[in-house]
Write a protein that binds this ligand. Structure first.
Ligand SMILES: Cc1ncc(COP(=O)(O)O)c(C=O)c1O
Length: 461
């Protein structure tokens, strides 16, 4: 008997036995999924009507005819049309562990044993505290940078919290700096930051935002000079009006363009001289480079005031130092996250420690290099028709058919049909990108996926 009834419950041998039965049973069915499969004729009618129902209910078609059945095996996922596909986009970077990962299901079962589904500002269980500590420990690995971690449910909410923290700290400054082609989220405020007119079509203007050109690898020094010149011009035009600048260290939605340490440091130096907060948006880049955080990969320790994360972490969060601590009342939410997301996140961060994911010899680099080898062969075989891979680490993209929008969309749809799920990014050129299930993907999975890419290309050529 322990002092807490809950502790006795969670360690009860009957619970342990039941959990083992559940996990073993899932494993048995999961093992049936070993390769891509075509959709089944027997399910075609129901699938079609479900897609129509989906579109009616949500007020628009699904991007892909993807309705998951609820099971998969690593990089493979079963859909309700009976097809089995390689999931190389993972809900745009969410299912980092792949499908039906035993450890993540185990964490979710533990969560399901708890008294409530959601945790929030008035009622938190101890797991949230554990997770905040884990995230801060990871972010402060090389240098003590952040004191606080505020968990939330979406990247947009984490970014809204970052904006509020920054504006309050730098009040009355009311403008924000961003990079051209950036993506920051889809709230009213963030749609204004996001550099895509269609995402704010018909919306009233909210936050005054000015843009700097992003890093251009083909012209390193010229790119730094150009961006600093634009920055200086903005700072002169709007003296003391900028509260902060949002950085994506590898542009995600913008087309998988990595930045550069010297480029970032040159900008940050000017920002600091002008009392402008540095905010790094790692909603998409966390877990994708040689380090847990991309800011560590780019050696930006001690340079950042506010950091946001999401997607692969299963929860989203805003990290900040004591200096940026908001006054009471500024940030709060009914939900921080679900207990299953919080427990899965804890287990995921533990697995990242236990497995060889980061570093120069880690899985991310192995996966990246494997893609590079494959793309070299494709480039050679079909000169001018394939370029890439672009991106960095486990953010991988390629361009085909000169990055034409319609043709790239067709390529992505045909890939889907042929059993590989990727997605488009960027414009002029458009790229096809992958956010792999890093914990479970194998080099053989990548070989198979590249076979599908080549087959699809030949069909469309
Ligand atoms: C860099 C970046 N910031 C913010 C967001 C918004 O995150 P969410 O869709 O969870 O609100 C995204 C989503 O793609 C992103 O890539």
């Amino acid at each position: 008997m322990s002092d807490l009834i809950a502790e006795d419950l969670f360690s009860d041998p009957e619970i342990k036995k039941a959990k083992e039965i559940l996990l073993n049973t899932i494993q048995k069915y999961k093992n049936k999924i070993t390769k891509t499969e075509k959709a089944k004729d027997s399910l075609a009618k129901t699938f079609k009507s479900d897609l129509e129902k989906f579109a009616t209910l949500r007020g628009g078609n699904l991007y892909y005819p993807y309705i998951g059945s609820g099971i998969g095996n690593g990089a493979l996922v079963e859909l309700t049309d009976g097809s089995i596909k390689y999931d190389f986009i993972t809900g745009i970077g969410v299912h980092y562990f792949g499908h039906s990962h035993e450890e993540i299901i185990s964490a979710s079962i533990d969560a399901a044993l708890q008294d409530t589904v959601m945790q929030g500002h008035l009622q938190q269980n101890k797991d949230s505290m554990e997770l905040m500590e884990i995230i801060l420990k990871g972010a402060n690995k090389n240098a003590k940078e952040f004191d606080h971690c505020f968990i939330s449910t979406t990247g947009a909410q984490a970014n809204e919290n970052a904006l509020k923290i920054i504006f309050q700290k730098k009040s009355p400054a009311n403008r924000i700096l961003c990079f051209e082609n950036c993506f920051a989220g889809r709230t009213l405020a963030l749609a204004q930051l996001t550099d895509k007119a269609a995402y704010r079509d018909g919306l009233p203007p909210t936050i005054a935002t000015d843009y700097l050109p992003y890093y251009d690898k083909s012209n390193h020094q010229g790119s730094i000079d150009k961006t600093l010149k634009v920055l200086t011009s903005h700072l002169t035009r709007h003296k003391n009006r900028y509260a902060g600048m949002c950085f994506e260290l590898i542009q995600g939605e913008g087309g998988y363009t990595p930045g550069n340490e010297e480029f970032f440091k040159a900008i940050i130096k000017v920002l600091k001289e002008n009392n402008i907060a540095v905010w790094v948006d790692e909603v998409q880049t966390i877990g994708r480079t040689t380090e847990l955080f991309a800011f560590q990969h780019f050696h930006l320790e001690n340079e950042i005031d506010v950091l946001t994360l999401g997607k692969m972490a299963q929860v989203c969060a805003t990290l900040y130092s004591d200096d940026f601590k908001p006054r009471p009342g500024l940030i709060s939410q009914t939900f921080t996250s679900s207990t299953s997301a919080i427990k899965s996140s804890i287990r995921l961060f533990q697995l990242l420690q236990e497995e060889n994911i980061f570093g120069e010899k880690g899985k991310i680099i192995q996966v990246h290099n494997h893609f590079v080898d494959h793309f070299k062969k494709l480039n050679k075989k079909y000169p001018n028709d394939f370029t890439g891979p672009y991106g960095l680490g486990a953010m991988i993209a390629f361009t085909s058919f000169d990055g034409d929008l319609a043709k790239s969309k067709e390529f992505a749809s045909k890939l889907f049909e042929n059993g590989l799920i990727g997605f488009i990014a960027g414009h002029d050129p458009v790229r096809i990108r992958f956010l792999l299930p890093i914990l479970s993907v194998t080099l053989e999975d990548i070989d198979k996926a590249v076979e599908i890419i080549e087959k699809t290309y030949l069909e469309l050529k």
